[in-house]
Ligand binder design. Structure first.
Ligand SMILES: [Zn+2]
Length: 313
């Protein structure tokens, strides 16, 4: 059968309209014939290639349980960083895209490759190699005796369940930077137990690492936010007692445990120094103190290193 040329065009146009009508709904379909002479008369100008992004770190050498802020400066629209078989999304900051790259307490010391995958605003993708060095941290060791009332909390199943619950929060990712500037101590007390301490409870073998920094203070001392963020959790858990967790965006969280009571509720936005609750001794605690945690990409890191300059910021 011979079909007139005009009819064939109308039939093809109908198919196109049908396809679009099933998708976005308000899509406008325009059909135009190509201007066959444009390639001959219009000079083509090659787009200026975007300059490659630049990697800027707060530190190229960090301690076990330390962290480096890795910024990727350029015309980016996103990307991710891989380090030690873990991947961290790049988050849009004020001047660059960044990720807080943690070293786990048990990561091996040495120089390790890091890979920065990026997407430019023009849609092109690229990858850049880099490397970070991890230095060994000397962990303190302590023996702790707890009475019969707290002894049930030493059950490894209780510890594993709470850690799993916390990891569920710490592994969340908010794609916006909610923190700004430098990090502050939540209270003015002295460090009574460092992050990472290896502990023996009631004579049992030494195991694990203390998951935060303990700061000594009198019961009732107001606990301030170490930086701005959103209250991701404010409730009682078994080991950490009354606990507040702040989401600082980009996979960074801070936790405040053993509180006597709360001053915030879940979902609230807070600024640095805002009271979150009050020092207490709830949960697995033998006296009033603040247990302060930080997690980056669900890896627990030493919060004190966010304030003493050893992370390079
Ligand atoms: Zn503690």
């Amino acid at each position: 059968m011979r079909i007139p040329r005009r009819a064939l065009f109308a039939w093809a146009a109908g198919l196109l309209v049908g396809c679009n009508g099933g998708g976005d709904g308000d899509a406008v379909v325009t059909i135009s014939t190509p201007a066959t002479s444009s390639l001959l008369t219009t000079p083509t100008v090659a787009p200026t290639p975007a300059p490659p992004p630049e990697i800027v770190t707060s530190a190229d050498t960090i301690f076990q349980a330390g962290a480096s802020i890795v910024s990727v400066v350029g015309d980016l629209s996103g990307g991710a960083i891989s380090f030690l078989n873990r991947t961290y999304q790049l988050t849009k900051g004020a001047r660059s895209y960044y990720a807080v790259i943690p070293a786990d307490a048990d990561d091996p010391a040495g120089t390790h490759p890091m890979k920065v995958d990026f997407v430019l605003k023009n849609g092109s993708k690229g990858s850049m190699p880099y490397q970070l060095t991890i230095r060994k941290t000397a962990w303190t060791v302590d023996s702790i005796t707890v009475g019969p009332q707290l002894a049930p909390l030493l059950d490894p199943k209780v510890q594993a369940a709470e850690l799993a619950m916390l990891r569920g929060i710490y592994s969340q990712y908010t794609p916006e930077k909610l923190w700004d500037g430098s990090w502050a101590l939540p209270i003015g007390g002295d460090v009574t137990t460092r992050f990472g301490e290896e502990r023996s409870y009631n004579g049992a073998p030494v195991s694990g690492h203390h998951s935060g920094t303990d700061l000594g203070a009198a019961s009732g001392t107001p606990v301030g936010a170490t930086n701005s963020g959103r209250v991701a959790m404010a409730r009682q858990v078994q080991l950490r007692g009354n606990m507040v967790i702040l989401d600082h965006g980009g996979g960074l969280f801070s936790g405040y445990a053993h509180l006597s009571s709360f001053a915030v509720a879940e979902g609230e936005m807070v600024r640095q120094g805002d009271p979150l609750g009050f020092v207490g001794s709830t949960g697995l605690s033998t006296g009033a103190h603040l247990h302060w945690e930080m997690a980056a990409g669900a890896i627990l890191v030493d919060p004190y290193r966010f304030t003493d300059g050893t992370n390079g910021f």
